[in-house]
Design a protein around this ligand. Sequence first.
Ligand code: PLP
Length: 421
Amino acid sequence: AEAREAYVARNPASLAAHVEAAASLPGGNTRTVLFHGPFPLLMARGKGCRLWDADGHGYVDLLGEYTAGLYGHSHPVIRAALDRALDRGWNMGGHGAMEARLARLVCARFPSVELVRFTNSGTEANLMAIATAVAATGRRKVMVFDGAYHGGVLYFGGGGSTVNVPHDWVVAPYNDAAGAAALIEEHAEDLACVLVEPMLGSGGCIPAEPTFLQALRDAADRAGAVLVFDEVMTSRMSAGGQQARLGIAPDMTTLGKYIGGGMSFGAFGGKRALMELYDPRRPDALPHAGTFNNNVLTMHAGVAGLEEVFTAEAADRLFNRGEALRARLDAAAAERGAPVRWTGLGSLMAPHFVRGPVRRPADVADDDPRLRELLFLDMLGRGFYLAKRGMVALSLEVGAAERDGFAAAFADWLDARGRLL
Ligand code: PLP
């Protein structure tokens, strides 16, 4: 209550904006994930790794737009690409040079992606991957995992699925190789695809164990089902995503977030035989339209980001920075005997208010949401902007000084709030 009161007192302009927005947006909101009590901040400006809100408070941005903000704010290379695009016009109702170039870059980075198609979001990419699998196999069932998030309409966490897309879902246990393989076998006759995140992102940055993903690979092959990796979040783990780090190739991959340079983006791709179903030269081609699939701003920004900024070396550096930061945060809790565990991979990490270990969503079921909110609000007060659930997604712009500052602030927070933990 005290942290909420301090928040309300600090943010009068954000409160006024929230009240005004609520007149025409439900709860003042058009992205549920951004809402938190008592009201969310109104962000006014961003530069590099910093954000400023409507009341003039500055923050180190550790949320990184839920991983889409990999390049930080107003990166000069991305900005120059957008300027070039704007100079030449947009909404041309035709193909542009940049879409094939972005497709070539994606296929080169992800060897399992032989052909690719673009969408406007990761949600759409997953819906299209499922549609592809259903069409290719003539089967109806879709296997997903507890704790999974595949988009705003494809959420399987929080103790029950909240899905508003009609599909014949089978929800399997995450990181349970034998259990999931048995379910795949049980449903083999009607299973179109197995859709899995190589790390539960929204579900708390819980990485898939390599043996689990390999078991899915083998069981999907036996069942003749399409294995889809949702790498919308994990694609940043290396130039070729988490699949390259593990050496496990799915049949299809879905992408999104930073690959469009921070503009609206999604992609689905994979084996040639599957993706050729969309070849419009075929009389029986599957439909996949979308006014903005090749939108000029995304295509230009995406190409510039991959070609000039997020190189393979940059990806590895970012991964290592994240691993080092997570180890420091976890060590700060361990040294104090505090019941907090940070899980994640590379530049993505999330805290859990449990003693651990954390391998599956069930391991964090007792996590107290009030402590999560306290960490979030207290960190705002200290000048660090996290996801409301505590997730950190480092952008390329978050420097050593900011990472040191956050590690120190977290250790200090553990000392200040220790009696509540
Ligand atoms: N899949 C995963 C793993 C995600 O984390 C997200 C978004 O957070 C999505 C899909 C949906 O992407 P979008 O928000 O672009 O629709």
